[in-house]
Design a protein around this ligand. Structure first.
Ligand SMILES: Cc1ncc(COP(=O)(O)O)c(C=O)c1O
Length: 375
């Protein structure tokens, strides 16, 4: 969305205020043109011909968004059978879906097998039982390469204390199970975290998987997981996707040559594809002046946007009816019910403009994802 001649407009000249009037507030709006641009940016960065991106749909499972990514040619990364079913409903074919749960029980795996999707196993007990029930159903293995990386420890999941994946140190044990049960391992996977900026860290993780891959003769794909770092604030930095795409594609070509066959190179970003595409529109309900500041109340709250409480995340707020109000203070959770330094001054100064005008819509810009699902 852009500010042109003092008016916010979506691509194609769509007026956000009209959307609010038509659909009411609070209202989520997702800009397909932004998601498409991010998807194309990524697919052009990875030059390896057999490149496939699986959208990690936990970032946003809105069914229209799933349909959009399907139409663009993406596959889907799902962490529950519920997500798998949503993906199928959105038109993905079972083979386009990778089921990557953590601590799912046998019944959930059973259901996923019945639905015919690709299976990613991330626990040895599940692997030990696989041959008893599904010896001929191929599976992918989620390996934990033990890389601690990324700026946010809440979303760093590839380190040694993480519950995710099968430790790379347990590889000999894994190989014994695979060989003794005659299992067909057709994929290797890792996901080291959602906040990795450094291309060298990705490359290090890739090397670990390439080394392991030499021990599995039936591979069809290697999924390097993902979670590219996105800008969380306007001037924040992001993963250099162009550099990463080029380096990984070149290295993958060398790997395939030594492996003896061309495999599919997969990644599975979520927020990289959607984080800059979402908006939450809310209507101002009341302005309350206290002795220290002015609070602008809106018809939304932590039930619609929990991320500030979970992650301390930042979401830019602007007024779409009064665009000159440059920045407003977010207060979307119980822990944020007080004014904050920096923005409070401006909120106070601008408060008069909101008073008594309940037609005013605030536009909350979602700079990152994991907001509640809406189908
Ligand atoms: C298995 C898996 N793949 C990929 C991702 C990447 O998601 P995002 O890019 O939204 O961080 C995640 C995130 O937690 C994940 O759990």
């Amino acid at each position: 969305m852009e500010l042109v001649n003092n008016k916010y407009r979506f691509e194609g000249g769509i007026d956000p205020l009209e959307l609010c009037r038509e659909y009411g507030t609070p209202l989520y709006v997702y800009d397909a043109s932004v998601m498409e641009a991010q998807y194309k940016r990524m697919t052009s960065a990875f030059t390896w011909p057999a490149f496939r991106a699986h959208y990690a749909c936990k970032a946003l499972t809105n069914i229209s968004v799933l349909r959009l990514f399907r139409s663009l040619g993406a596959g889907l990364d799902c962490v529950s059978v519920f997500e798998v079913k949503l993906g199928l409903k959105a038109g993905f074919k079972p083979d386009d879906i990778l089921f990557t749960p953590n601590f799912a029980g046998a019944d959930e795996f059973e259901e996923a097998v019945k639905l015919g999707v690709k299976i990613n196993v991330d626990a040895i007990p599940m692997l030990e039982n696989w041959g008893l029930h599904h010896r001929d159903y191929p599976l992918c293995l989620r390996i934990n390469p033990h890389l601690m990386a990324g700026g946010n420890e809440k979303i760093s999941v590839g380190h040694i204390d993480s519950k995710f994946g099968i430790s790379i140190h347990q590889l000999p044990h894994v190989l014994r199970i695979v060989e003794s049960q005659g299992l067909k391992v057709n994929g290797l996977h890792m996901h080291t975290g959602s906040d990795i900026l450094d291309v060298d860290i990705f490359m290090r993780g890739a090397e670990i998987l390439f080394d392991a891959a030499a021990r599995f003769p039936d591979l069809e794909y290697i999924d390097l997981g993902s979670g590219f770092k996105v800008p969380y604030k306007p001037d924040d930095i992001e993963t250099d996707i162009e550099e990463l795409g080029e380096k990984l594609s070149n290295r993958f070509a060398e790997f395939c040559e030594s492996y003896g066959r061309e495999l599919t190179l997969m990644v599975e970003p979520g927020k990289f594809l959607v984080s800059s595409a979402g908006y939450l529109f809310a209507r101002c309900t009341l302005v309350k002046q206290t002795t220290s500041t002015a609070f602008v109340g809106v018809d939304t709250g932590l039930n619609h946007l929990i991320r500030p409480m979970f992650y301390g995340s930042y979401h830019k707020i602007v007024s779409i009816t009064e665009p000159t109000f440059k920045q407003l203070q977010a207060s979307s959770g119980r822990s944020n019910d007080t004014k904050r330094e920096g923005c409070a001054h401006q909120t106070k100064r601008n408060a008069g403009g909101f008073a008594g005008n309940t037609d005013i819509c605030l536009m909350i810009w979602l700079t990152s994802t994991r907001w509640p699902m809406k189908v």
